[in-house]
Design a protein. Structure first.
Length: 161
């Protein structure tokens, strides 16, 4: 037991230090999460996600409508998810890779809306509103990716970026 105390293991002081370090880590995580959630692009992505969920609830329950609902919801979730991953990465190439996935997801939403218009299962006003929000998102996106620092690149062996 004495050897453990000398090594610094399992003492009351160490337990208190670990608890304090844990609290500080939690505060740092919450602070970073609050910063990310306050970003205009993250808020816009959340708004688009909410709009798509609300919109999809207005669609019928047929097989085609359900397929479109599923694709739209997954794409809007992907936009938000990959944004947060990119924003939290310290590496330029990871930011760019996830940003490309955000762009692809946004374009998938637009393509789904176009398909729904062609087959006549969409309210054109909803489609127009979502398209306008994605255009606003695109402008924020361009600003956001231009803010990336190119200094930190983590080689992943693929040599794309």
């Amino acid at each position: 037991m004495e050897n453990q105390s000398q090594a610094g293991w399992n003492t009351l002081e160490d337990s208190s230090l670990l608890k304090q370090a844990g609290k500080e880590a939690i505060r740092a995580i919450l602070s970073e999460d609050a910063r990310v959630q306050a970003l205009p692009i993250i808020r816009k992505a959340g708004m688009i996600n909410d709009l798509i969920i609300t919109f999809s609830e207005t669609l019928g329950d047929g097989d085609i409508e359900n397929q479109y609902k599923k694709v739209l919801r997954i794409a809007s979730f992907e936009m938000s998810n990959k944004l947060v991953i990119a924003e939290n990465s310290p590496y330029y190439n990871e930011k760019i890779e996830n940003s490309i996935l955000v762009k692809i997801a946004a374009k998938k939403v637009l393509n789904q809306l176009a398909g729904m218009e062609v087959i006549g299962i969409i309210n054109i006003e909803y489609s127009k509103l979502i398209r306008e929000e994605i255009e606003g998102f695109r402008l924020l996106f361009m600003e956001w990716i231009n803010s990336f620092e190119r200094k930190t690149i983590l080689s992943d062996g693929w040599d794309i970026v």
